[in-house]
Structure formats: C-alpha cells, structure tokens
Design a binder for this molecule. Structure first.
Ligand SMILES: [Zn+2]
Length: 325
C-alpha cells in the first residue's frame, strides 16, 4: 500500500532538517545505533519532552561536512518518497559553531541540496527562546538569501512557555522587508497564539490544528485562505492529540480549511510522507484524489513564484490523469 502512495507526486512544506537526518548518519557519528537517542516514543509527555530528541542531531550538524551530507542525504530520502518540492526548515542560530558562521549554515545546506535531484527551498526558523537580537539575525540572513535558496522565515520552539505575542515586532520587520513567513501556532491549545499568528499576517500556520476549538478563528482562517501545515503523527507524539483517530484533520478539512500534509520530523517520528498517507488512508479513508488535493493546496500556498507553482501543478494534473479514471 505504501508503495502506491510513494508514486504520488508530493509537496512537503513543513519539515525540519535537524529532525530528519537519516538515522544511519547519526549512528555512524555515535558509533552505535542512534535510534533510541534520536527517535521519539509513540507518546511523549509533552512538546518539550519531544524536543529533547533534537540534541544529538544539532550537535551532529554543527560540523560543516556533516551539515552538507545531511542536506544531501535528506534530498535523496525525499526523492525516494516521491517528493517533487520541499520547503525544509532549520534554525541557523542553533548550528553556529567554531566550524560554521550563521552565513555558512545556510550556504552549506544549500550546497548539500544542490547535489540532489529534488527542488528544495529553505525556511529559516527564529526560535521562541532566543533573544530579539538573535532572531533579528535570522531575518537579516533570510533577506540576503531570499529567492536564492531561502523562501521564508518561521517561528519554532516551545509555544507554551514563549508566547507568540512576544514576536510582533520581528514579524512586522519581516513584512517590511517582504520576507514571507509561516508560524508554528496552534500546535498546543492556546487561542491567543493562533490569534496573534493570524493577526501578524501569516499565510500559513505550522500545525494550527487547535483552531478546531474556536469557531471565530476557524472562520478567519477560512476567509483569509490560510493553509494549515498538518503533521498528524507529530501531534500524537507531542501529546497535543491523544490518538490518531481523534486527530481533527478531517473535521478541519470538511469545514473548508485548506489542509496540506507534512511529516514535521522524518527521523524523530520514524516516518515518511508516504507512510503518513497510508495512515491517513487507514484512519480517515483519504484516497489518492484527496492527497492530490492536499498537494495542490500545498503548491498554492508554497513560497514559490506563480510560474514555479504552475510547473508543479502540471505534474500533479498529469499524475491524476494517469491514475484516476
Ligand atoms: Zn515543526
């Protein structure tokens, strides 16, 4: 079954490099099986607990050669998974080391991607626990690389302890500099977080699933055609949703919210996008036609030019013509 889903041309918009380093690279680095240190349990206590799984990957990526290799190997994994376009994110400030300046982190990853066959752009993450100055640096580097391998910025990290409202000024600056953005918001159930992200002008929300609990915000999301980057397995693991069957994806979809599907973290969650499609098929009966629709949504809300969007749309349409009669 997964084999069938692998052939669907996919667009993945929400994917962290540090959570998606092929496991064999981490095992080689540790000189032992890295599975236990780098993959999450089916159910973590909370988001903060889940985030501890990034300690080893971040240490690994602070070395220049590893960073380039990880980017290249991830692009090969994406190709294997049928991904035709991805927006991969990472937090530059977490990788600065004696081997890598902020600028090097972006440059090195882009070099790694360029060795592969998949079209990939970078989203640079500001971190909730970082200072204003550190996050400003991220905006600055994004503006230097905009349309040259970087397509947007994001805000990631512990949503519960570092409220979205703290970042109003930074997103205003990004807007002024014409840097597109997505925001991790509504992963945990905080109305305020979603409200702020929408008011800042985010055209996409990382997760955003908790909007299902607030009719007014839901209407706003629908009216403004804001896309949700939905990552179901991740939501179960971080324990913001109790079971896969209870995930609100179908409710949101049926209400008319624009949905796209991503893995969030391929290695930490031990999944591929194809395996996620298989699960969505099993629990919610979504079929190839639905997945093409979600990918179409993803293309439309990607940070690509209209011309690039059209090229990807043509690939999906061609696939649908061949596979759905
Ligand atoms: Zn994420």
């Amino acid at each position: 079954m997964i084999e069938d889903f692998r052939s669907i041309p996919k667009v993945e918009l929400h994917l962290h490099l540090d959570g998606s380093i092929p496991l064999n690279l981490l095992s080689n680095y540790l000189n032992r099986d890295a599975k236990e240190v780098a993959t999450a349990q089916d159910k973590c206590q909370n988001l903060a607990d889940y985030l501890t799984k990034f300690d080893l990957p971040i240490e690994f990526l602070k070395h220049k050669d590893n960073l380039k290799l990880a980017a290249y190997e991830l692009s090969k994994d994406l190709e294997q998974d049928g991904v035709i376009y991805a927006e991969v994110r990472f937090a530059p400030n977490l990788l600065v080391s004696n081997e890598l300046t902020l600028n090097d982190t972006v440059k090195t990853i882009l070099e790694g991607f360029s060795l592969g066959n998949v079209k990939i752009n970078l989203i640079l993450c500001m971190m909730r626990h970082h200072s204003f100055a550190e996050n400003y640096e991220v905006i600055d580097i994004a503006s230097q690389y905009l349309h040259k391998g970087v397509c947007a910025i994001d805000l990631a990290g512990d949503e519960e302890h570092f409220p979205t409202s703290n970042f109003k000024e930074l997103f205003a600056i990004a807007k002024e500099k014409n840097i597109p953005f997505t925001i991790h918001a509504g992963e945990v159930n905080l109305k305020d977080s979603l409200e702020n992200a929408i008011n800042f002008g985010a055209t996409r929300l990382g997760h955003g699933i908790q909007a299902v609990n607030y009719a007014d915000l839901l209407q706003d999301i629908i009216n403004k055609k804001i896309l949700l980057e939905v990552c179901p397995t991740s939501n179960i693991q971080t324990n913001v949703i109790d079971t896969y069957e209870h995930h609100p994806i179908k409710q949101l979809d049926e209400k008319g919210v624009l949905i796209s599907i991503s893995t969030d973290n391929r290695t930490v969650s031990n999944i591929t996008l194809s395996s996620e499609y298989a699960k969505l098929n099993k629990y919610f009966n979504y079929n190839i036609k639905d997945f093409c629709r979600f990918n179409y949504n993803a293309i439309n809300s990607s940070f690509l030019s209209n011309e690039e969007k059209q090229e990807l749309t043509d690939i999906i349409l061609e696939y649908m013509k061949k596979s759905i009669n």
